[in-house]
Write a protein that binds this ligand. Structure first.
Ligand code: NDP
Length: 222
């Protein structure tokens, strides 16, 4: 039975990824920062782990708890958008967005990637098309864009380090998705996004290491 790790699984795209992997018969390890969400994940059949991605102690505990796991798929999904205005960003805005979207990846990916490499598996970060500098039609959400561009850079370095050891590492745009972050007017449902992400991941081979992909597998320019 293959194993998937979903980081940031309390709601939205992450929660739906858990639901679909479980429905497909996978063993699912799922993280949430709050104990009620962990209980709900456990009740759904996943193995829950409490994790606040902004806490170094919490990440260290996850690494300890997962020691020895072979991860066929690992998806770093947790993220925040930050302020919806494009005015002067406060230090608190910057710290919150960069901590959750970038520093967490810098700390988590070195913990997880060896477990993925050992399984010759797939490691994905949920980035955003908004990170793309080659396909940018708007300048809204500058802080979020900068954080996801930095996340992409962390992913590429992870692919360089762990690709040769067996982990296929990719950054995904999940689509514009109807979640708390995407809002009700977004293009696709969490079900469609998660199904696309899963199908694309399943079809990837090692040649995809270091790619930036739409949820349907289409390449996105950096
Ligand atoms: P939601 O806002 O619905 O969910 C965000 C998830 O991230 C929640 O599970 C949340 O947990 C978790 N999270 C945030 N901060 C932390 C933290 N410090 N520790 C642990 N978990 C945390 O967003 P989506 O499902 O829409 O987004 C998922 C990913 O997809 C994000 O990375 C987002 O940037 C990206 N994305 C989304 C798009 C969209 O249209 N929806 C478009 C492009 C990218 P909690 O419930 O505890 O807050």
């Amino acid at each position: 039975m293959p194993t998937a790790l979903i980081i940031g699984a309390s709601r939205g795209i992450g929660r739906e990824l858990v639901r679909q992997y479980l429905a497909d018969g996978w063993r699912v390890l799922a993280t949430a920062r709050n104990s009620d969400d962990c209980a709900a994940l456990g009740a759904a059949g996943a193995h829950p782990y409490q994790l606040d991605v902004t806490s170094a102690d919490s990440i260290a505990a996850l690494g300890w708890n997962l020691d020895g796991e072979l991860l066929d798929t690992a998806i770093l999904n947790a993220g925040v958008y930050g302020p919806r205005h494009d005015g002067f960003p406060t230090q608190d805005d910057f710290d919150a967005v960069m901590h959750t979207n970038v520093l967490a990846a810098l700390r988590l990916l070195p913990v997880i990637a060896p477990m993925v490499a050992e399984a010759r598996g797939k490691l994905a970060v949920i980035s955003s098309r908004m990170a793309s500098m080659g396909a940018r039609g708007s300048a809204s959400g500058t802080l979020y864009r900068a954080s996801k561009a930095a996340l992409n850079s962390v992913l590429v370095d992870t692919g360089i380090r762990f690709g040769p050891k067996g982990a296929t590492c990719v950054a995904f745009h999940p689509g514009w998705v109807q979640t708390d972050m995407g809002g009700p007017g977004a293009d696709i449902t969490p079900e469609q996004s998660a199904a696309g992400l899963r199908a694309t991941l399943a079809g990837l081979d090692a040649a995809a290491n270091g790619a930036f992909l739409n949820y349907d597998g289409t390449p996105i320019p950096w």
